[in-house]
Design a protein around this ligand. Structure first.
Ligand SMILES: [Ca+2]
Ligand SMILES: [Ca+2]
Ligand SMILES: [Ca+2]
Ligand SMILES: [Ca+2]
Length: 312
């Protein structure tokens, strides 16, 4: 956040500056309040292309707080500005350049409204005046399979990855209610116009609500892992997309975890000697795809950082 090369911590309520001094010494400054963007789901991205990561999110109105840090050791933000009124409450939030014009756009999953919501960034690079286009909404259920599978509702957390490797970032969210499923929005945008193909649904256990993405089996395509809150199950979906324009996943494999209770806050997939999944409160070893999964403590890392870990 302040450009000192150390990753800082941002939550919907507070920001913590990383003051670690080297290997073996982790430290953070006292938290300072930054609760005016959204109290539930936020994400960061450089909205105005000034080299500093800004905060965005929507409890009802889509808001952005610009990073006004003045250099190493000095983190500050402007007050949250309302950019789009009545954008909708987001149960998941991500930001990426969806249409490929070099500006970071915003996508939210909106459980209460059964939809994804996108807005395209039109901010002039370097400007402190933020502007986004009107919100567009994307259904979370594919109507063509309703007769067989029912209607998936309430998309929960949101993750992003380029599932079909066409160099356009796609989005995925678990439909928590109704005919529970994973919703996959395939990005079909052109520069200047955000667009998605009709959502694709993959059936899931009941009350599925957490999701992680990353290349579990090392074939270069991002896979999906989810966790149910209603059943003691987490699930893997192997990406079998054939290339640009086709996103498809194998039928899921369910794993029963050995820890009977406990909230799972998030899922992150990392490659570290063996393949490792990290989920809060669990500590089991299970064989999957190839190698082993080790289920350990919880962290939430966006997919772009997962890819960084994979390749570095
Ligand atoms: Ca910025
Ligand atoms: Ca863009
Ligand atoms: Ca894609
Ligand atoms: Ca894969």
């Amino acid at each position: 956040m302040d450009g000192d090369g150390l990753l800082d911590l941002v939550t919907p309520a507070q920001v913590f500056r990383n003051t670690s001094t080297g290997i073996g010494n982790i430290g953070f400054d006292a938290a300072f309040d930054k609760s005016d963007v959204a109290g539930y789901q936020i994400f960061v991205g450089d909205v105005n292309n000034d080299g500093k990561l800004d905060i965005m999110g929507s409890d009802t109105d889509f808001k952005v707080a610009l990073n006004t840090s003045t250099g190493p050791g000095n983190i500050s933000f402007g007050a949250a500005e309302t950019i789009i009124s009545n954008f909708g409450r987001c149960t998941g939030a991500r930001a990426a350049d969806i249409d490929g014009d070099g500006r970071i756009d915003f996508f939210g999953s909106q459980g209460g409204d059964n939809r994804g919501a996108s807005t395209r960034n039109t901010t002039v690079p370097g400007s402190s005046v933020v502007s986004f286009e009107a919100v567009e909404y994307w259904a979370t259920d594919d109507p063509s399979d309703d007769a067989t599978y029912g209607v998936g509702q309430f998309p929960y957390r949101l993750m992003m990855a380029d599932f079909d490797k066409d160099e356009k970032i796609d989005f995925a969210s678990p439909n928590f209610m109704g005919a529970t499923s994973i919703a996959i929005w395939r990005n079909t945008s052109k520069v200047g116009d955000i667009d998605f193909a009709t959502v694709k649904n993959y059936q899931s256990p009941g009350s599925n609500y957490r999701i992680g993405v990353g290349d579990v089996d090392g074939d270069g395509f991002a896979d999906i892992v989810t966790k149910s809150s209603g059943e003691n199950i987490f699930s893997t979906y192997k990406n079998i997309s054939t290339g640009p324009g086709d996103i498809s996943f194998e039928a899921r494999i369910d794993y029963r975890d050995t820890f009977s209770n406990g909230e799972v806050s998030g899922i992150v997939i990392v490659i570290w000697m063996v393949i490792m999944f990290q989920i809060l409160h669990f500590q089991v070893l299970v064989p999957v795809l190839y190698g082993y999964l080790e289920i350990k403590t919880s962290r939430v890392i966006p997919s772009c950082q997962l890819q960084k870990q994979r390749t570095s």
